[in-house]
Design a protein around this ligand. Structure first.
Ligand code: A3D
Length: 320
């Protein structure tokens, strides 16, 4: 059987890490596309030269021509600009929307059967725009945010309780922004919900609230430390988990920004919810029961995403 093909649009910090992880996991041959000539080719060559020590057999190619992504099975989009200290994700909207238009056209022309994962911020609005610009089915275009946000939540919980990360499972709903909704009730340590862990006295409610807030601010914390860009290792690892679930038809249940068509009472918007990812793409949205305060927080998050989508429509009337 021929190898699968992974096209990475954007060969910056996340794109380069995606290429390395795709190669190390032998997910398929990798094409690294970037508008800046040489960046993709340089990273492709560098990673290819690690093949002998890492023991992988995949081909890597850098390019600035869309025709090279032809027939890709998976396309992961990081093209655009990241945040600088003091910027919110929403500040990136106008510039990255133009990038989504170009990328959408390239995907439509050369990779119409691909499973597309968008990472470019502001995530929920960009994945919405990318789906419209590309014209691919909504179930084949999704956004990576929830896997990263819940990974951050998991890391902070495991560190706080001094337990293995393997036994922590965390859940974050909503848009990828300040209104994201980390759900303590559905986050567990060895199957025990965090709300019960608080009742048991293992973790104080105040400390849990601080961890929830640190999760919401997880991206900004890293931007503040790096000063010249945003997080890239964990974002890349998160998208690879999604790509792997698609390529291997694993049917993992992962939080991702998906197009809602009435689920959770939301229609026509992309927002982070649990979804089954398999060979069919985003195969099934899992609708979990929300209590009143979770519902309120989720609705606030959806409203924030709707605001960004309205801004996209104003800038690019053809999206309306
Ligand atoms: P960076 O290292 O700047 O890489 C972006 C790359 O995109 C650069 O190499 C650019 O040359 C390239 N590029 C710009 N315009 C185009 C274009 N029109 N076509 C093709 N390539 C282009 O950024 P990064 O890799 O650190 O981050 C990429 C994006 O991911 C940013 O928008 C970040 O805000 C976003 N991001 C999202 C998350 C989520 O959890 C959703 C996390 C971290 C970063």
């Amino acid at each position: 059987m021929a190898r699968r093909k992974i096209a990475l649009i954007g060969a910056g910090q996340i794109g380069g890490t995606l290429a390395l992880l795709s190669a190390q996991k032998e997910l398929g041959d990798v094409v690294l596309f970037d508008v800046v000539e040489g960046v993709g080719a340089g990273k492709a060559l560098d990673i290819a030269q690690s093949a002998v020590t890492q023991g992988f057999d995949v081909a890597l190619k850098g390019t600035s021509e869309y025709k090279d992504i032809e027939g890709a099975d998976v396309v992961i989009v990081t093209a655009g600009v990241p945040r600088k200290p003091g910027m919110s994700r929403d500040d990136l909207l106008e510039i990255n929307l133009k990038v989504m238009e170009q990328v959408g056209a390239g995907i439509a022309k050369y990779a119409g059967n691909a499973f597309v994962i968008c990472i470019t911020n502001p995530l929920d609005a960009m994945v919405w725009a990318l789906q419209k610009f590309s014209g691919l089915p909504t179930g084949k275009v999704i956004g990576m945010a929830g896997v990263l946000d819940s990974s951050r939540f998991c890391h902070f919980i495991a560190e706080e309780l001094g337990v293995s990360i393997e036994d922590v499972s965390a859940f974050v709903l909503g848009g990828h922004g300040d209104t994201m909704v980390p759900l303590a009730r559905y986050s567990t340590v060895a199957g025990i919900p965090l709300t019960d862990i608080v009742k048991m006295g293992w973790l104080s409610k105040d400390r849990l609230d601080e961890i929830v807030q640190r999760t919401r601010d997880g991206g900004a914390e890293i931007v503040g430390l790096l000063k010249t860009g945003s997080a890239f290792y964990a974002p890349a690892a998160s998208a690879i988990a999604m790509a792997e679930s698609y390529l291997k038809d694993k049917k993992r249940v992962l939080p991702a920004a998906v197009h809602l068509d009435g689920e959770y009472g939301v229609k026509g918007t992309y927002v982070g919810v649990p979804v089954v990812i398999g060979a069919g793409g985003a195969e099934k949205v899992v609708e979990i029961a929300l209590n009143a305060s979770e519902r309120k927080a989720f609705d606030k998050s959806v409203a924030a995403v709707d605001g960004l989508i309205a801004a996209c429509r104003k800038i690019a009337p053809k999206l309306a």
